[in-house]
Design a protein around this ligand. Structure first.
Ligand SMILES: NC(=O)c1ccc[n+]([C@@H]2O[C@H](COP(=O)([O-])OP(=O)(O)OC[C@H]3O[C@@H](n4cnc5c(N)ncnc54)[C@H](OP(=O)(O)O)[C@@H]3O)[C@@H](O)[C@H]2O)c1
Length: 213
């Protein structure tokens, strides 16, 4: 059992936080909106509603979902395993091919902003609606996430949390490989735009709609 702080109760924070609470972890949902946080934890054992700052303080593991927002107090993340699922925002035309991203990945920027955090790039290549499937069905599908971090132990913890959702994990290497995961997510989303009928098969995401139970 781990103590997990969720920063930002949006699609990723709510989906993964609820999965981890159901798996038996203690989960703090940290939001700027106390009403939203309270609604999220209602009826969910092991779940607590907090501010974002309180959720950071609560967690041994922190899921950092606000895209491009850096911690106001980096010291609060010192020593914590920080999971970064962030992907870039598409341009208005939702074209991921151009302009090309350059410079540091989101995960590298978070690590630079909080040097004592144990940042892991993970969960950015999984569409949250896929996680509506039960962990058992997902595990049977072979669906995986990608991991990149300079901290091996943190990657092991992240892989365990992925397994709680029914997801396997593929280790890409150090944090300098995190841009690959972010580029992969761009490729997936470009495929969803350019080939909406075929993208699941072409891009390995499990299409479980016609699988037997
Ligand atoms: N949705 C997906 O399927 C998916 C899959 C993989 C990766 N991702 C990536 O994961 C990240 C989160 O995606 P999402 O779909 O969960 O987005 P979202 O629904 O917009 O949630 C992001 C949360 O971040 C918080 N936030 C936003 N702006 C903030 C600010 N200025 N300061 C502090 N907190 C702020 C908000 O939390 P509160 O209002 O609760 O404070 C918000 O609910 C994105 O980078 C996205 O590209 C998304």
């Amino acid at each position: 059992m781990m103590r997990i702080g969720i920063v930002g109760v949006g699609q990723v924070g709510e989906t993964l936080g609820c999965i981890w609470a159901r798996a038996g972890h203690e989960v703090a949902f940290g939001s700027r909106d106390s009403v939203k946080a309270a609604a999220t934890v209602k009826g969910l054992a092991g779940a607590h509603a907090m501010t974002q700052e309180q959720a950071v303080a609560f967690g041994d593991v922190v899921l950092w979902t606000p895209r491009g927002v850096m911690p106001a107090d980096p010291n609060l993340l010192a020593g914590k395993i920080v999971l970064d699922p962030n992907n870039r925002e598409p341009d208005p035309g939702r074209n991921y091919a151009s302009p090309r991203p350059n410079g540091l990945s989101y995960a590298e920027r978070l690590q630079a902003a909080a040097p004592q955090a144990r940042v892991v790039k993970v969960f950015n290549t999984i569409v949250m609606r896929v996680l509506r499937e039960t962990p058992e069905r997902l595990a049977a599908s072979g669906t995986q996430v990608l991991l990149a971090s300079d901290d091996g132990e943190a990657k092991t913890v992240a892989a365990g949390l992925a397994a709680d959702a029914g997801l396997g994990a593929v280790d890409l290497g150090g944090l300098d490989a995190s841009w690959l995961a972010e580029a992969m997510a761009d490729a997936f989303r470009q495929g969803m735009r350019t080939s909406p009928a075929e993208w699941r098969q072409a891009l390995v995401f499990a299409d479980l709609t016609d699988r037997p139970n």
